[in-house]
Ligand binder design. Structure first.
Ligand code: B1M
Length: 210
């Protein structure tokens, strides 16, 4: 039997082949994909984060761990689908300007896609003006902003302000998320909602469009 600790250890050890092998093994053992993601990969990345903070892991290593996680998310993608669909809602998602973290944002995009929404993933380090342009171009009903750094949270407010100034605020629901983000912060900056994880982001988006 493979266990989740082994995945966490392999992730912390930046052993991409081992992480992939363990994930495939758990899939073969019929372990739920959501458990592999939450108890194995995300829990492992939390340890990576602690080590990074303590100076026990450095950026190149963290990137390797992130790449290993990204590869496994691709493997899990078809197994993480949701059953209820949310019609053809048009969603724009991106990580705000100054922030390069994208694993969590990509998970949110994936969950929304598998719930039937059309997701335009703009990537990372996205300027407020680009979000505004894309709302117009894609005729979006929902916009999701991700930030992983306390220093880039203010950019969420700047993005909300840019949407208000563009006159498009009534057209879109603005959802925000990312490890340092809270519901209180969403209220403070005038967003429509906060989601702590990818599953709840998808559910919240569905509630708002239906
Ligand atoms: Co960075 N990093 N990082 N990093 N990194 C954190 C975030 C940190 C907490 C690590 C630490 O010190 N403990 C810390 C932030 C401290 C803070 O601000 N409070 C940090 C730092 C300091 C930095 C740098 C400044 C380091 C440096 O250069 N000295 C630098 C900044 C670069 C930049 O962005 N400008 C940096 C760089 C990097 C890498 C590039 C090396 C790499 C990112 C690679 C990539 O994303 N492609 C990286 C990584 C991997 C991390 C950690 C270890 C893992 C992040 C992750 O992918 N988690 C992270 C520590 C941690 O979070 N434990 C850390 C897994 C992912 C599934 O979870 O992203 O939280 P998460 O997403 C969740 C929810 O938050 C939510 O759903 C997701 C899934 O359930 N969610 C949303 C996310 N977005 C959402 C949007 C929504 C809704 C929900 O919209 C509606």
């Amino acid at each position: 039997m493979t266990d989740f600790n082994a995945i966490q250890e392999a992730l912390v050890g930046c052993d991409q082949d081992k992480v992939t092998q363990l994930v495939n093994q758990l899939i073969a053992e019929k372990t739920p994909a959501s458990d592999i993601l939450n108890k194995g990969l995300i829990a492992g990345m939390d340890i990576v984060g602690e080590k990074m903070e303590n100076g026990d892991m450095f950026i190149p290593e963290v990137l390797m761990a992130a790449r290993a996680m990204g590869n496994c998310v691709e493997i899990l993608k078809p197994l993480l689908g949701e059953d209820e669909t949310a019609g053809s809602a048009n969603v724009i998602i991106g990580t705000v300007k100054g922030d390069l973290h994208d694993i969590g944002k990509n998970l949110v995009a994936m969950m929304m896609e598998s719930a039937g929404m059309t997701v335009h993933n703009l990537g990372v380090d996205i300027e407020p003006s680009v979000f505004v342009e894309q709302i117009k171009e894609k005729n979006a009903q929902i916009i999701c902003l991700s930030a992983l750094l306390t220093t880039t949270m203010p950019m969420m407010k700047q993005t909300v302000d840019a949407i208000v100034e563009s006159g498009l605020r009534e057209q879109v629901k603005i959802l925000i998320g990312g490890a340092p983000v809270t519901q209180a912060f969403a209220d403070e900056i005038g967003a429509d909602g906060f989601a702590p994880d990818a599953g709840s982001a998808s559910k919240l988006a569905k509630t708002l469009v239906n």
